[in-house]
Design a protein around this ligand. Structure first.
Ligand code: NDP
Ligand code: 8X3
Length: 251
C-alpha cells in the first residue's frame, strides 16, 4: 500500500495525540493540528524518526485560518487520505439556567462549526481522488443527555447528525465516513471542562478504571485498516464500569 497521509485535529493532547502515535508507529504520514505550538513541536520531534510529520497551528473556530493552513500544506502532505475530526472539549458543567454563554459559544463553535470548517477544507481533495476516510470523534454525550451536560451534549448530538449527513452525501464517492463515540476517557478533557481545577477533574475518573486515550487510538487504527469495502459507520465504546452517561460503577 502507498504511504497514506492523515490530518488529526486536536493532536496536542489526549485521544488525538495517542492516535498520532499509533499512526506514526504504522508509518502513516501525519499532519498534527492544534493551538499549542510547543506541544506540536515536541510531538513532531518525538514522531519524526518514525514517519514524516508536519504541524499546523490554527484555532478550528477561525474559518479563514482553517482554510488557509490546509491550502498552504506542502505538496507532500497535500493529499489527505484520512481526516480525524477530533478537536473539541466540554466547557463547564452547569444547569441550562446558569450556564455561561461564552462556554456555549466555545462548545458549538469548536465541536460543531470547527469540525465542519476542517471537513469542508479537506473533502474536495478526497472527492477529486474518489478516495478518503473521515472519522468524526463523537461521544456517548452524542447519544444521550446527562444532567448539566446540555450544550456539550447538543454539540455531540450535532456531530452524530453531521456524521450521518456526511455519510449520506458522500455515498458512492469512494469516501468512508464514520464516528467513534467514546465514553469516559481520562485525558485533559475534564481539566478543560473545569477550567484548570485539576482536583475536580481527577475526581471524575476516581473509583473505576476509565478508558485511556490509547484505547480509542487503537480503535481508530482498527477502523482505518479495514478492507476497502468495510466502513465502521458508528461505534460506541465505554469502559467496563460504565453502562451509560450517568451509570458508572464506582468502588
Ligand atoms: P483533550 O482536552 O485532552 O484534547 C482536546 C484537543 O482538542 C487538544 O489537542 C486541543 O488542542 C484541541 N482543541 C481544543 N479546542 C481547540 C480549538 N479551538 N482549536 C483547535 N484545537 C482545539 O481532550 P480529549 O482528547 O478527551 O478530547 C478529544 C475529543 O474527544 C473531543 O472531541 C472530545 O469531545 C471527545 N471525547 C472525549 C471524551 C473523554 O471522556 N475524554 C469522551 C468522548 C469524546 P489545543 O489546546 O492545543 O488547541
Ligand atoms: C466525553 C464523555 O461523559 O464526560 O464526551 O461527556 S462525558
Amino acid at each position: 500500500m502507498t504511504k497514506r497521509t492523515a490530518l488529526i485535529t486536536g493532536a496536542t493532547s489526549g485521544i488525538g495525540r495517542a492516535t498520532a502515535r499509533v499512526f506514526a508507529n504504522n508509518g502513516i504520514q501525519i499532519i498534527l493540528c492544534g493551538r499549542r505550538q510547543s506541544r506540536l513541536d515536541s510531538l513532531s520531534q518525538e514522531l519524526s524518526d518514525k514517519t514524516q510529520v508536519t504541524t499546523l497551528n490554527f484555532d478550528v473556530r477561525d474559518k479563514a485560518s482553517v482554510f488557509q493552513n490546509i491550502e498552504d500544506l506542502p505538496k507532500t502532505f497535500s493529499e489527505i487520505d484520512i481526516l480525524i475530526n477530533n478537536a473539541g472539549n466540554a466547557h463547564g458543567l452547569d444547569p441550562i439556567q446558569s450556564g455561561s454563554t461564552e462556554d456555549w459559544d466555545a462548545m458549538l463553535d469548536i465541536n460543531v462549526k470547527g469540525l465542519l470548517y476542517v471537513s469542508k477544507a479537506v473533502i474536495p481533495g478526497m472527492l477529486a481522488r474518489s478516495s478518503g476516510h473521515i472519522i468524526n470523534i463523537g461521544s456517548t454525550a452524542g447519544k444521550e443527555v446527562y444532567p448539566n451536560g446540555n450544550v456539550y451534549c447538543a454539540s455531540k448530538h450535532a456531530v452524530d447528525a453531521i456524521n450521518q449527513g456526511m455519510r449520506l452525501d458522500l455515498n458512492g464517492k469512494g469516501i468512508k465516513v464514520g464516528a467513534i463515540n467514546p465514553g469516559l476517557v481520562e485525558t485533559e478533557f475534564s481539566e478543560v471542562r473545569f477550567k484548570g481545577d485539576s482536583q475536580r477533574a481527577k475526581k471524575v475518573y476516581q473509583g473505576f478504571t476509565p478508558l485511556r486515550p490509547e484505547d480509542i487510538a487503537e480503535i481508530i487504527w482498527f477502523a482505518v485498516t479495514r478492507p476497502p469495502h468495510v466502513n465502521i459507520a458508528d461505534l460506541t465504546v465505554m469502559c467496563l464500569d460504565q453502562a451509560s452517561s450517568v451509570v458508572v460503577h464506582k468502588r
